[in-house]
Write a protein that binds this ligand. Structure first.
Ligand code: FMN
Length: 216
């Protein structure tokens, strides 16, 4: 290894950009999320809608990957993917999942836990229709999560599909669409000095959001 253990151990930052107090947060976690998400956009972060999605398979083995947030409302957080992918199969067997945002420049993390549902096919159609043509073709061309013998498989699929849909509207593949994570817990984490970070968590109890502070 070229990088010494000491070098890696000495990679550290002090967090002092902001603070988060119980009395400062909004009553509904989705409103608080909207506030922080707007601030992430205003700060011109690179892809502020990038989030880690963690799911678990039938053996309770966890799996995580990045997906893009494509919408949120009082109900939950929407993303789009291939329903036949590994994550799609895991969600089918176990709808419990987590999302994590890390906005490094703002020294913030948001952690979301809940259950995933498939969104309405009309909503998936309407988002699919806004995608660039090449992304639409890509959704048809890629058997997401399957082993393929080489990249040529994708390039060949794309070539055939481009010819097939030349001058035609590209329909949404039935195996591609949106999911929505309906949260039951959302934690807002703000980095602070001396690793004494602020952690404000909203948890749904009897249909109401309860707010508490966790130790860092
Ligand atoms: C920045 C970034 C954004 C991504 N956005 C998505 C997305 O919105 N939907 C998606 O299916 N995959 C997205 N991916 C790819 C996934 O991370 C992953 O490789 C893919 O969905 C297959 O995951 P699975 O095999 O666990 O199902 C993104 C990857 C990166 C790095």
């Amino acid at each position: 290894m070229e990088l010494s253990k000491e070098f890696i151990q000495n990679l550290r930052q002090e967090y002092k950009a902001a603070r988060l107090n119980e009395e400062d947060v909004l009553a509904h976690p989705l409103s608080q999320f909207e506030k922080w998400f707007k601030e992430a956009i205003e700060a011109q972060l690179f892809e502020p809608n990038v989030m880690t999605l963690a799911t678990a398979d039938l053996n309770a083995k966890p799996h995580a990957r990045i997906v893009l947030l494509k919408g949120f409302d009082v109900e939950g957080f929407t993303f789009f993917t291939n329903y036949l992918s590994h994550k799609g199969q895991q969600i089918l067997n176990n709808p419990q999942a987590c999302l994590v945002f890390f906005w490094a420049d703002l020294e913030r993390q948001v952690r979301i836990e809940g259950n995933i549902i498939k969104i309405d096919s009309i909503e998936s159609d309407s988002y699919f229709n806004t995608r660039p043509r090449l992304s639409q073709l890509g959704a048809h061309a890629s058997p997401q999560s399957n082993v393929i013998v080489s990249r040529d498989v994708l390039e060949d699929n794309l070539k055939h599909l481009s010819a097939q849909y030349d001058n035609l509207e590209i329909p949404r593949p039935i195996h591609w669409g949106g999911y929505k994570l309906i949260p039951n817990l959302i934690e807002f984490w703000q980095g602070r000095e001396s690793r004494l970070h602020d952690r404000i968590v909203y948890e749904q109890v009897d249909g109401k959001w309860e707010i508490s502070r966790l130790a860092p």
